[in-house]
Design a protein around this ligand. Sequence first.
Ligand code: T1G
Length: 694
Amino acid sequence: MTDSVVHYRLEGEIGVVTINYPPVNALGQGVREGLLACLAQGEADGAAKALVVMAEGRTFPAGADIREFGKPPAGPALPDVIAAYERSEKVIIAAIHGTALGGGLEVALGCDYRVALASAQVGLPEVKLGLLPGAGGTQRLPRLIGAEQALPLIVSGNPVKAPAALKLGILDAVLDGDLLQGALEFARAKVAENAPRRPLCDASVAAVSDTLFSDFEQSIAHRQRGFKAPFACIEAVKAAAELPFAQGLEKERELFLGLMASTESKAQRHVFFAEREVAKVPGLDAKTTQREVRSVGIIGAGTMGGGIAMNFLNAGIPVTLLEVKDEFLSRGVAVIRANYEATAKKGRLTSEQVEQRMALLTPSLSYDDLAQVDVVIEAVFENMDIKKSVFETLDKVCKPGAILATNTSTLDVNEIANVTQRPQDVIGLHFFSPANVMKLLEIVRGEATADDVIATTMALARRIGKVGVLVGVCHGFVGNRMLHRRQAEAMALVKQGASPQAVDKVLFDLGFPMGPFATSDLAGLDVGYRIREEIRKDDPSKAPRTWMDDLVEKGRCGQKTQAGVFDYEKGNRTPVPSADVDAIIAAYRATEGVTPRAVSEDEILERCMYVMVNEGAKILEEGIAMRALDIDVIWIYGYGFPVYRGGVMFWADTVGLDKIYARICELYQQTGEEHWRPSAYLKELVDAGRGFHH
Ligand code: T1G
């Protein structure tokens, strides 16, 4: 008999059902079975006047066991377990600690009362997995707190802290001290006052305004563009308001099964696990020691340096911020303070939190101030000579064992490491702009980088709220190497006849927050122009002039000049196609001897996306990324790839690698261009009838 993961015992006159299924007491098959068995024990126990349901370990159940999804369903089904608790003759109290999420909260809603520790949180995050609460949550929560209050919780999927949950009416009491003792006391009081059972299935949803659901749907339409689950959540809550409980449950089930089978949910569930998998480095022993990080030095107080500094200040880690000139340093510090004050104005920081952060920041004009820091991150101009001289100095100044990191976005980390006597301590920490906002951190391991440096920086990424992904050294590492391919293809499409707005529309419709040209306008066209001019100084053929250079030389630098590839009205970030730009492109085509042709949306999508899939496959072949899921996570957290498509490589699997491979071979045949040379790994997968993820 396998040791049950749910136990029953009598505490005085109260029966206690306790779940013990690490790590998060997920409601797997064994737990569901155990809950029914222990309910039967409690109901048969004459000495038990009421029952308490709780869990050991970190948390009350954090949801259904998502590792079971996609496998043949094994009974008992969670809705049936919850119904059994709801139908019980005995009063049942859920005692919550940790995070009662999804099915966990749904189990608690099947109980008559709910109490929780003040530190607990409750929520229905299913929508983040492309699902909806599928065990009665969309029907019981509106009956408990009303549809108007239930809607935002279910559609956002965000948890609420215990005190707020008490105010909403989800909880009946918030306890201090020992949960079990508090729950037993609460249960005894309910027994003493002969408190009634409160099955939510017998309640009805309080009347709502006629336009509640349509108004709410309108309010999320923009942000939830392309997602399915949020709109299904609204439909389910609407059913709760309009149908009897049993029929509402049926509607919820129908919607849930539809979502479960959807590509969108499979993609979002893939991302849920992938963003946790990336932290696990194959071959790096989980017990690898880490170096202590108590303080950080950052070189460069510009946009990147300042943004990087904020991540550490937010995590309570002291930062020494070094610049070469006082004027740059003061401006950098002022920008950091201004960012915090803007956040405080939105109510997301208190003024004392702003001061706490600023107190951890030490501006400096001398490398000597970095002598004792544990990690240094340089964020100076993207020029190899400058970076080398910075690392030569760091090598002399920093204490032994200090980790020396470069924020370069494309340069060779090995070349930088080799100017020091300690290449094993050198690593790349590639932040994405704006560095205090974007969650992705590409962690670039050099040939000599030591394992404990990798382990330390991967842990540090989590500590500052980043999703750290380990990558190897090549031009552009993983994200930018694929991005450069897409940008080059987008430029080629425009040269051949597509308009910039047509290219942007295709990628916007796929789900990117904006297309490649609107993105360039946001970043500033002059950024790329300066890099190309640098390259052209050595060898013009390496960066041939394009219509983009003409734009910059005419002062069209993007949003910041209200004119770039597109026009922008003052104070408005909406890109407007420009006749001037069309003329510049036409003139460019003429000088290149190109007669423009019609370019279909399919061709735009295939060429912009398949070139990235092919590059991603080559990146895997070369070992620059460890797994396809690492590339997926990079594109979702670094470039806003739609999470409901799972990442570039997951999306490729849904399109079909055979179809993609055939098109790549065609394009290689037509153009002979290196970036269309089919990846050998991609061919191997296609020949084996596999995808990147299976
Ligand atoms: N099922 C299975 N494993 C889970 C899990 C779950 N629900 N939640 C977490 N894990 C694993 C996770 O993969 C990791 O494993 C370990 O636990 C620690 O997680 C019917 C259908 C609870 C806030 O969406 O939000 O209920 O990597 O690293 O940062 O309506 O996990 O160690 O092997 O994230 O402290 C709804 C998902 C499910 C909650 C803890 N519930 N989990 O965060 O640790 S659908 C959720 C979380 C559902 C019902 C529907 C977080 C956490 P490993 P972790 P953490």
